[in-house]
Design a protein around this ligand. Sequence first.
Ligand SMILES: Cc1cc2nc3c(=O)[nH]c(=O)nc-3n(C[C@H](O)[C@H](O)[C@H](O)COP(=O)(O)OP(=O)(O)OC[C@H]3O[C@@H](n4cnc5c(N)ncnc54)[C@H](O)[C@@H]3O)c2cc1C
Length: 477
Amino acid sequence: MGRTVVVLGGGISGLAASYYLSQAPCPPKVVLVEGSERLGGWIRSVRGPDGAVFELGPRGIRPAGPLGARTLLLVSELGLDSEVLPVRGDHPAAQNRFLYVGGSLHALPSGIRGLLRPSPPFSKPLFWAGLRDLTTPRGKDPDETVHSFAQRRLGSEVASLAMDSLCRGVFAGNSRELSIRSCFPSLFQAEQTHRSILLGLLLGAGRGPQLDSALIRQARAERWSQWSLRGGLETLPQALNAHLTSRGVTVLQGQPVCGLSLQAEGRWKVSLGDSSLEADHIISAIPASVLSKLLPAEAAPLARALSTITAVSVAVVNLQYRGARLPVQGFGHLVPSSEDPVILGIVYDSVAFPEQDGSTPGLRLTVMLGGSWLQTLEARGCVLSQELFQQEAEKAAATQLGLNEPPSHCLVHLHKNSIPQYTLGHWQKLESAAQFLAAQKLPLTLAGASYEGVAVNDCIESGRQAVARVLGTEPNS
Ligand SMILES: Cc1cc2nc3c(=O)[nH]c(=O)nc-3n(C[C@H](O)[C@H](O)[C@H](O)COP(=O)(O)OP(=O)(O)OC[C@H]3O[C@@H](n4cnc5c(N)ncnc54)[C@H](O)[C@@H]3O)c2cc1C
């Protein structure tokens, strides 16, 4: 009888793991188990009444670096090239990003000239932050918070305005709690290897295997900053599902895993309510804290480590305004916690992807709400109504972008525990999980956003790396 690998979770990580398993020269039998009725996890795109696309989760994927190229290769392998909507390097959505500070929008400086000029909200040209980085000695701690790292290397203003906003934009998190080593490994590594972020990023760039395809070459030649798909990013998990089914992978939906137990011969029993599956190996692509509750008693130390990897909630409000115009053109703006504890940022969807606007001339925006404000409300057990999020989002669109008319269409979703938080010392949790798995020779491999990157590219790569470990193949091939 052939080997069976069961993949837990049909988000992008579990779909990618199943895909790479199905592509192996001698693929094992693969069963993908998804608890909900749909695949894709946080990737979800819905259509408005006029055909406009509204992304409830991710809205853009970065093509840069080896992981960006790997995802573009996957897109081509799935036959989606003609669906790709790029944001080219000369487009305003690639060039302009803003911070909302002191009641107004400020363009983030770009290029050498931008760094030499005074650029509000920063009191001095950012050149000085660069000089500080070049002259600051290497840190000695094995990990540090993002805030402390940025303050030490780039100064207080960059730490409390730029890095605070970036942590809110990417992780909906607090830069004073998040780990530089795990959240921004390239910055951490740059300091470790070259003693400076700037030198590290300059000298370390371009390493790693160079993947090649027509789409990758086009993305490089046109300097894409990000891309989406015509019908929304959910097209990607849908195409993966169609491919998996055609390759004989069993895809179960609406079947939450409710327990895992080890049998005498070292195989797993995967309990699914009133039925069960047997597996020689499990790839888990469900959140770490969910997995921690499913593990058997023999794996208690692993369960303890995984249970400490928590996640925060984000409220996503998609707004459409008929005939409205933005005061600036760009990707969007971020809001530091000192300016507004409620709003993380606003993405100007229509600027980056006008092809997704639908038949109504107007504007699509997404307001992201979260951070400590939402954590406090959740901790107090407050009723989190759709009206509350809609009101806050419309207020932000009016105050921060001057959109005073009511929107013509609005969608509100609270994504509970959607973004994992890599807090200080996250790397130690990963090490202790890896050590336990190796010492116990447990046939279990971890993948997904809980571990080494939350971006879609990171999640796809985590699925691919998990498969390389299961099959004993070279991960960089
Ligand atoms: C609002 C938002 C905006 C984002 N924007 C971007 C962006 O613009 N660009 C970008 O690159 N990234 C973005 N991200 C991050 C990225 O989308 C996610 O990190 C990624 O989609 C997570 O994928 P995953 O497969 O690891 O996890 P998930 O999507 O969480 O998938 C896990 C799956 O496991 C299933 N599951 C859970 N428990 C069980 C169980 N017991 N049994 C079976 N199945 C189970 C769940 O139903 C789910 O389908 C965003 C995330 C959010 C929330």
